[in-house]
Design a protein around this ligand. Structure first.
Ligand code: ADP
Length: 487
């Protein structure tokens, strides 16, 4: 026979909470686990009823039914929510059985074996909270997330089956359902083994696969990693907006650099090109002023010519600088009007006739009287004047500058052609932009600024037109501008 002491020891060592009561519920035994969980000493509960443990959670009816079941000689099992000595809520899974007399005639007491489920419940709640958090992160992530299962052949991953995909994935790939699809298909029939081979890296000792790809004009970044076994996770980030932003930054940086170069160029023009003609003008003028009587007529003529040339150059330079500054301030606005091209060319010829005469350069105009175009008057005059002026400047004495026009669809093309020195091919690409040291002197050492063509190009653009150059060094150049015809 097992001794009572041994029995108490065995019950004490049980992981379960054990309470033994008399038929009326008076506690006659409580084991050590009970003491540990509830914080009462055995002595404190002996002689008391289990109702001392009540938390108020269960209604009276609940206890009535419990006791009724037991009084009927049946077992009762279920979940109890009790309170410990310190007031802490204890949830337990209980199994209570009647103890019968030897002859089974009557109930001599009850034994309750209970397991504290508070910890387990807490863990479960924590787990659920984590799962909930993961779900929220998964669905609200700004990154596309795919949960994948690797498909292997002879140990090598050949494709992935999609188990789950979040909302963002749908918006990236413009489709609703992914589950059960092959990843290779979703990404546009890619070869998975090659992809994995080419994009493998190791991060913190783990295999990671990172690559970039285009998908329907989107730039996507991919990161694939294992989660253990055949489970994998693929993160997809749409970086199109970021790349666009970077490009815009690069563009604005280039624009700023260009503005800075322009500023340098303007300062150098002001410092040099504007000062030196003025020094010459002042020098000749004071020579004439101080001692005109001592000079011979040819000398006086020469000085007057120099003053006239320098003034002309300076005026042109100032005019260009003024136009340039207006263009920089964004004040250049095209006001398109109906213009007769022939009249416009002839007006420019008139303005430049003295310059052309000096070099005995013929100015020919083969433009139909009936050709009308739509453009800003001042701008078109500036452009044509500059092109003709350049034609004269870069053509040797006795040469020719010719303007002629033709129709091409809804556009009128005006060609300004000279028999001058021409432009080397490498330089042709640069002459419409402002770059340092581009300007060269004319055939009679006429100075320049390198501003004229750059401004002409800006104005042509503002008038919805185009400008181009065809030139053969030593033979001549042909500049062509195109504008909308006015029918
Ligand atoms: P600038 O004539 O004041 O230097 P432009 O912008 O008008 O400024 O021209 C830039 C450069 O392009 C000139 O310095 C010259 O080297 C070249 N160029 C322009 N037009 C001609 C032309 N018709 N023939 C040869 N070279 C030309």
């Amino acid at each position: 026979m097992i001794k009572e002491q041994q029995l108490v020891k065995a019950l004490d060592n049980s992981e379960g909470i054990i309470l033994i009561t008399e038929p009326d519920g008076t506690i006659v035994f409580a084991n050590k686990t009970f003491e540990k969980v509830y914080g009462y000493t055995r002595e404190e509960v002996l002689g008391k009823k289990p109702s001392v443990l009540k938390s108020g959670f269960h209604p009276k009816k609940f206890y009535d039914e419990l006791w009724q079941t037991l009084a009927n000689g049946n077992n009762w099992s279920g979940d109890l929510v009790n309170r410990s000595k310190s007031g802490e809520i204890i949830t337990e899974r209980a199994s209570i059985s009647p103890i019968f007399s030897d002859d089974n005639a009557k109930i001599t007491g009850y034994i309750a074996v209970k397991y504290n489920t508070s910890e387990r419940k807490k863990l479960k709640a924590q787990l659920e909270a984590k799962e909930h958090l993961f779900e929220k992160l998964f669905e609200n992530s700004p990154v596309g997330i795919f949960m994948l299962q690797a498909l292997k052949q002879e140990g090598e991953v050949v494709d992935f089956l999609i188990d789950q995909a979040n909302l963002k994935s749908s918006s990236i790939f413009n489709r609703i359902s992914f589950i059960g699809q092959y990843l290779s298909g979703v990404l546009g029939n890619i070869d998975v083994p090659t992809l994995l081979r080419e994009h493998h890296t190791e991060q913190h000792g783990e295999d990671v696969f990172e690559w970039e790809d285009l998908y329907k004009r989107k730039i996507l970044e991919f990161k694939l990693f294992g989660l253990g076994g055949v489970q994998y996770c693929l993160l997809v980030t749409d970086v199109s907006a970021k790349v666009k932003m970077e490009n815009r930054l690069k563009e604005s940086e280039a624009h700023l650099r260009e503005l800075n170069e322009t500023k340098d160029k303007i300062f150098s023009i002001i410092a040099h090109d504007l000062r030196s003609p003025f020094q010459a003008i002042i020098g000749f003028a004071s020579l004439l002023n101080d001692g005109i009587e001592e000079q011979s007529i040819p000398e006086i003529k020469m000085m007057a010519r120099q003053i006239s040339n320098m003034s002309e150059q300076t005026y042109k330079l100032l005019d260009d600088l003024l136009t340039w500054s207006r263009s920089q301030l964004g004040q250049l606005k095209a006001v398109p009007v109906k213009l007769n091209l022939k009249q416009l060319v002839e007006k420019c010829y008139n303005q430049l006739s003295m310059v052309a005469d000096k070099k005995r350069i013929r100015l020919n105009c083969d433009v139909s009287e009936t050709l009308f175009i739509k453009a800003d008057k001042d701008m078109l005059e500036f452009i044509v004047r500059n092109l003709v002026h350049n034609g004269i400047k870069f053509t040797r004495n006795g040469g020719r500058v010719r303007c002629w026009a033709e129709l091409e669809g809804s556009k009128a093309l005006l060609h300004v052609e000279d028999t001058g020195i021409g432009i080397q091919e490498v330089k042709q690409k640069e002459i419409f932009s402002l770059s340092a040291n581009l300007s060269t002197s004319g055939t009679s050492e006429e100075a320049g600024t390198g501003l004229g063509l750059m401004l002409s190009k800006q104005m042509v653009d503002l008038n919805n037109g185009k400008i181009s150059v065809f030139s053969e060094p030593g033979k001549g150049s042909r500049f062509t501008i195109s504008f909308d015809v006015l029918s």
